[in-house]
Design a protein around this ligand. Sequence first.
Ligand code: COA
Length: 133
Amino acid sequence: MTNKELTLRDKRIERSVTRIFKAVFPDSTNHYDTLFGGMAMSLMDEVAFITATRFSRQKMVTVSSDRIDFKKPIPAGTIIELVGKVSSIGKSSLKVRVEVFVEQMYAYEQEKAISGEFTFVAIDDLRRPTMIL
Ligand SMILES: CC(C)(COP(=O)(O)OP(=O)(O)OC[C@H]1O[C@@H](n2cnc3c(N)ncnc32)[C@H](O)[C@@H]1OP(=O)(O)O)[C@@H](O)C(=O)NCCC(=O)NCCS
Protein backbone atom coordinates (compact mmCIF):
# COMPACT_ATOMS: atom_id res chain seq x y z
CA MET A 1 0.00 0.00 0.00
CA THR A 2 1.37 3.46 -0.92
CA ASN A 3 1.75 6.31 1.62
CA LYS A 4 -1.14 8.14 -0.08
CA GLU A 5 -3.43 5.08 0.26
CA LEU A 6 -2.39 4.72 3.91
CA THR A 7 -3.21 8.37 4.63
CA LEU A 8 -6.61 8.06 2.92
CA ARG A 9 -7.36 4.92 4.95
CA ASP A 10 -6.31 6.65 8.19
CA LYS A 11 -8.60 9.57 7.33
CA ARG A 12 -11.52 7.18 6.73
CA ILE A 13 -10.81 5.50 10.06
CA GLU A 14 -10.73 8.84 11.91
CA ARG A 15 -13.88 10.07 10.16
CA SER A 16 -15.78 6.93 11.14
CA VAL A 17 -14.91 7.01 14.85
CA THR A 18 -18.33 6.77 16.51
CA ARG A 19 -19.37 7.93 19.98
CA ILE A 20 -22.63 7.18 21.76
CA PHE A 21 -23.60 8.49 25.19
CA LYS A 22 -26.20 6.81 27.42
CA ALA A 23 -27.56 7.52 30.88
CA VAL A 24 -27.48 4.39 33.06
CA PHE A 25 -31.09 4.27 34.23
CA PRO A 26 -32.63 1.48 36.37
CA ASP A 27 -34.13 -0.24 33.30
CA SER A 28 -30.62 -1.29 32.18
CA THR A 29 -29.14 -2.44 35.49
CA ASN A 30 -28.96 -5.79 37.30
CA HIS A 31 -29.65 -6.74 40.93
CA TYR A 32 -26.26 -5.27 41.95
CA ASP A 33 -27.48 -1.88 40.70
CA THR A 34 -24.83 -1.82 37.99
CA LEU A 35 -25.15 -1.93 34.19
CA PHE A 36 -26.24 -5.43 33.06
CA GLY A 37 -23.41 -7.09 31.08
CA GLY A 38 -25.75 -8.25 28.29
CA MET A 39 -26.98 -4.68 27.86
CA ALA A 40 -23.38 -3.45 27.66
CA MET A 41 -22.59 -6.03 24.96
CA SER A 42 -25.67 -5.05 22.97
CA LEU A 43 -24.70 -1.36 23.07
CA MET A 44 -21.12 -2.26 22.12
CA ASP A 45 -22.28 -4.29 19.12
CA GLU A 46 -24.50 -1.37 18.08
CA VAL A 47 -21.73 1.24 18.23
CA ALA A 48 -19.37 -1.21 16.46
CA PHE A 49 -21.97 -1.78 13.73
CA ILE A 50 -22.46 1.96 13.21
CA THR A 51 -18.67 2.44 13.07
CA ALA A 52 -18.25 -0.36 10.50
CA THR A 53 -21.11 1.01 8.39
CA ARG A 54 -19.87 4.62 8.54
CA PHE A 55 -16.39 3.38 7.54
CA SER A 56 -17.49 1.21 4.61
CA ARG A 57 -20.93 2.59 3.62
CA GLN A 58 -21.72 -1.03 2.71
CA LYS A 59 -24.04 -3.65 4.25
CA MET A 60 -22.21 -5.08 7.26
CA VAL A 61 -23.03 -8.01 9.57
CA THR A 62 -21.44 -9.03 12.85
CA VAL A 63 -19.54 -12.30 12.36
CA SER A 64 -17.74 -12.54 15.72
CA SER A 65 -16.90 -10.76 18.91
CA ASP A 66 -13.48 -11.22 20.43
CA ARG A 67 -12.73 -11.15 24.11
CA ILE A 68 -14.64 -8.53 26.09
CA ASP A 69 -13.07 -7.27 29.32
CA PHE A 70 -15.29 -5.88 32.05
CA LYS A 71 -12.76 -3.99 34.18
CA LYS A 72 -15.00 -1.77 36.34
CA PRO A 73 -18.65 -2.03 37.34
CA ILE A 74 -20.85 0.75 35.94
CA PRO A 75 -23.19 2.06 38.65
CA ALA A 76 -26.76 3.21 38.01
CA GLY A 77 -26.97 7.00 37.84
CA THR A 78 -23.82 7.44 35.75
CA ILE A 79 -23.27 8.30 32.08
CA ILE A 80 -21.45 5.97 29.71
CA GLU A 81 -19.62 6.87 26.53
CA LEU A 82 -19.08 4.13 23.95
CA VAL A 83 -16.35 4.75 21.38
CA GLY A 84 -15.96 2.59 18.26
CA LYS A 85 -12.89 2.73 16.01
CA VAL A 86 -11.87 0.50 13.09
CA SER A 87 -8.73 -1.37 14.18
CA SER A 88 -7.96 -3.53 11.15
CA ILE A 89 -9.24 -4.09 7.63
CA GLY A 90 -9.19 -7.35 5.66
CA LYS A 91 -10.64 -8.22 2.23
CA SER A 92 -14.31 -8.52 3.17
CA SER A 93 -13.99 -8.18 6.94
CA LEU A 94 -12.93 -5.51 9.37
CA LYS A 95 -12.48 -5.25 13.12
CA VAL A 96 -13.85 -2.52 15.35
CA ARG A 97 -12.38 -1.83 18.80
CA VAL A 98 -14.97 -0.61 21.29
CA GLU A 99 -14.19 1.08 24.58
CA VAL A 100 -16.79 2.01 27.17
CA PHE A 101 -16.06 4.83 29.63
CA VAL A 102 -18.04 5.55 32.78
CA GLU A 103 -18.55 9.17 33.71
CA GLN A 104 -19.99 10.72 36.86
CA MET A 105 -23.00 12.96 36.29
CA TYR A 106 -21.87 15.76 38.59
CA ALA A 107 -18.06 15.60 38.31
CA TYR A 108 -15.52 15.64 35.46
CA GLU A 109 -14.38 12.09 36.08
CA GLN A 110 -14.20 9.48 33.37
CA GLU A 111 -12.57 6.05 33.43
CA LYS A 112 -12.45 3.07 31.10
CA ALA A 113 -14.78 0.29 32.24
CA ILE A 114 -15.15 -2.18 29.34
CA SER A 115 -13.30 -2.95 26.11
CA GLY A 116 -13.70 -5.45 23.32
CA GLU A 117 -13.43 -6.08 19.61
CA PHE A 118 -16.04 -7.02 17.02
CA THR A 119 -15.57 -8.38 13.49
CA PHE A 120 -17.91 -7.44 10.65
CA VAL A 121 -18.22 -8.78 7.13
CA ALA A 122 -19.42 -6.74 4.15
CA ILE A 123 -22.17 -8.61 2.29
CA ASP A 124 -23.79 -8.19 -1.11
CA ASP A 125 -27.50 -8.33 -1.97
CA LEU A 126 -27.37 -12.16 -1.83
CA ARG A 127 -25.79 -11.97 1.66
CA ARG A 128 -22.46 -13.26 0.38
CA PRO A 129 -19.15 -11.78 1.59
CA THR A 130 -18.00 -8.97 -0.71
CA MET A 131 -14.86 -6.82 -0.88
CA ILE A 132 -14.64 -3.77 1.35
CA LEU A 133 -14.29 -0.90 -1.09
C1 COA B 1 -20.88 -13.21 7.70
C2 COA B 1 -21.06 -14.34 6.70
C3 COA B 1 -21.75 -13.83 5.44
C4 COA B 1 -19.64 -14.82 6.34
O1 COA B 1 -19.77 -15.93 5.49
P1 COA B 1 -18.58 -17.01 5.43
O2 COA B 1 -18.92 -17.96 4.35
O3 COA B 1 -18.29 -17.50 6.80
O4 COA B 1 -17.38 -16.08 4.96
P2 COA B 1 -15.93 -16.49 4.54
O5 COA B 1 -15.47 -17.76 5.16
O6 COA B 1 -15.83 -16.34 3.04
O7 COA B 1 -15.08 -15.30 5.22
C5 COA B 1 -15.33 -13.95 4.86
C6 COA B 1 -14.49 -13.08 5.77
O8 COA B 1 -15.00 -13.18 7.10
C7 COA B 1 -13.97 -13.57 8.00
N1 COA B 1 -14.58 -14.44 9.00
C8 COA B 1 -15.45 -15.45 8.81
N2 COA B 1 -15.80 -16.01 9.98
C9 COA B 1 -15.13 -15.30 10.94
C10 COA B 1 -15.07 -15.38 12.35
N3 COA B 1 -15.78 -16.29 13.05
N4 COA B 1 -14.30 -14.50 13.02
C11 COA B 1 -13.58 -13.55 12.35
N5 COA B 1 -13.60 -13.42 11.00
C12 COA B 1 -14.36 -14.29 10.32
C13 COA B 1 -12.96 -14.32 7.12
O9 COA B 1 -11.68 -14.33 7.72
C14 COA B 1 -13.02 -13.49 5.85
O10 COA B 1 -12.28 -12.28 6.05
P3 COA B 1 -11.50 -11.53 4.82
O11 COA B 1 -12.39 -11.54 3.60
O12 COA B 1 -11.28 -10.13 5.32
O13 COA B 1 -10.23 -12.28 4.59
C15 COA B 1 -21.88 -15.52 7.32
O14 COA B 1 -21.09 -16.16 8.30
C16 COA B 1 -23.16 -15.04 7.96
O15 COA B 1 -24.11 -14.68 7.26
N6 COA B 1 -23.22 -15.01 9.29
C17 COA B 1 -24.38 -14.49 10.02
C18 COA B 1 -24.23 -13.01 10.27
C19 COA B 1 -25.32 -12.51 11.19
O16 COA B 1 -26.47 -12.90 11.07
N7 COA B 1 -24.93 -11.62 12.13
C20 COA B 1 -25.83 -11.15 13.16
C21 COA B 1 -26.72 -10.04 12.72
S1 COA B 1 -25.88 -8.66 12.03
